[in-house]
Ligand binder design. Structure first.
Ligand SMILES: [Ca+2]
Ligand SMILES: [Ca+2]
Ligand SMILES: [Ca+2]
Ligand SMILES: [Ca+2]
Length: 393
């Protein structure tokens, strides 16, 4: 008994010294860590997850229990705009069901190396700063609603709009409300990134002014001419292959990813995040906008406003919290007017077929006025020609 007491005291001392002083409450963190050390690993016993359109998968093995301590302290914790929220309100900042994370983890475990594929990406990429140009859009705030999947999807597509239009100042603002509420989603239950990507491909997403976002459940409420205001992606792929993710990011632009959020993530003020402390809170979707092989981290855009993290952005270590188990990579082509996933002579012919038409003319179709100046002419043909040979492959 005496020995047990001594061991407990030593353990407590070790724990209290391992807890960084920057935490909001060292005592709380120690107690939490001790509780976690004592807790038996919990097995995950949910039904076999099936994503829309996929075959049922095999049985799920239990989640590995995260190691509470010690972890290298590479980030700073403190009060943030979201750490002060109630437990319920904080969980509504998330919105990816656990089955999705489990399914992604399974995909990652099945991923096999692809011999013969040569990757040639740079050691770092950050779309927020390419020679001083910012190819991302502003940080948004999902508020008190589990709509992160809509924000993670839109964040990737908006960046790609800037990239394919070769205009870092384009600053598109697409409607997360359209994507989320017009698919019948609810703030409490969240969504799947695969379904959001499918909708962006098949139906498209209107601009923010057509359907402004508000953070509460609501019926779909689009503007009357919404169909002529949508932005569609050409296609998307999902992958568990990390080199392929970096190659796609370096060559084409940002994509969507999901992660498990633990309590400490709400307190993130900056640095390279690694899970250190707290309970599993839920699944979250974000946009990955860069990576750094030297530091071993991804650079990501969150949707919790600018008062959290590094001005709303964060860095997270490779492999941490399932961030790169599986990612959703959209493809957006400029000038694929016939929608066959490449830009070639047929697309140029499609513009030529509307030669010299002006806005308001009978048969006017704004899609062929690719520079949006109200007339279809040689400028539009040259703009499409500049993308000759682009594909989603
Ligand atoms: Ca920009
Ligand atoms: Ca928006
Ligand atoms: Ca085409
Ligand atoms: Ca034009």
């Amino acid at each position: 008994m005496k020995k047990l007491f001594a061991v407990t005291v030593v353990l407590l001392l070790v724990l209290s010294s391992a807890v960084p002083a920057m935490y909001p409450s060292t005592q709380e963190a120690s107690a939490e860590a001790l509780r976690q050390l004592q807790a038996a690993p919990t097995a995950f016993t949910a039904a076999t997850p099936v994503l829309p359109g996929s075959e049922p998968l095999g049985p799920i093995t239990p989640l590995p229990t995260p190691t509470p301590f010690p972890r290298p302290q590479t980030w700073i914790a403190g009060e943030t705009s979201v750490s002060r929220l109630s437990e319920n309100d904080r969980r509504r900042l998330l919105g990816v069901p656990r089955e999705v994370l489990e399914w992604e983890r399974l995909q990652a475990s099945h991923e096999i190396a692809r011999p013969g594929v040569l990757y040639s990406y740079p050691s770092t990429k950050d779309w927020r700063n390419i020679n001083g140009q910012d190819w991302t859009t502003a940080i948004r705030d999902q508020g008190n609603c589990g709509s992160c999947v809509a924000f993670g999807t839109v964040g990737a597509i908006e960046s790609r709009q800037e990239i394919v239009n070769n205009n870092p100042g384009l600053s598109p603002d697409l409607s997360e409300a359209h994507l989320f509420f017009c698919n019948g989603r609810r703030c409490d239950t969240g969504w799947w990134p695969s379904a959001a990507m499918n909708y962006a491909r098949d139906t498209g997403i209107v601009d923010e002014a057509c359907y402004p976002y508000a953070d509460h459940d609501q019926p779909c409420n689009l503007c009357s001419n919404w169909q002529s205001r949508v932005t569609k992606i050409t296609s998307w792929i999902g992958t568990s292959n990390v080199p392929a993710m970096k190659q796609a990011l370096a060559d084409k632009g940002p994509f969507e990813a999901t992660m498990t959020v633990y309590t400490d993530f709400f307190y993130y003020l900056g640095g390279i995040y690694r899970y250190t402390w707290g309970e599993e809170e839920g699944g979250h979707a974000i946009t990955i906008v860069g990576y750094d092989d030297n530091g071993g981290y991804w650079i990501a855009k969150n949707s919790w406003g600018t008062e959290w993290g590094e001005g709303g952005w964060f860095r997270i270590a490779y492999g941490e919290c399932g961030i790169d188990d599986y990612t959703y990579i959209p493809c957006l082509l400029f000038g694929d007017l016939d929608g066959d996933k490449d830009v070639d002579v047929n697309d140029i012919q499609a513009v030529a077929n509307h030669w010299r038409q002006r806005s308001g003319d009978p048969g006017w179709d704004a899609r062929f006025d690719v520079n949006g100046d109200g007339v279809i002419n040689i400028v539009d043909i040259m703009k499409v020609s500049a993308h000759w040979g682009d594909t989603c492959e």
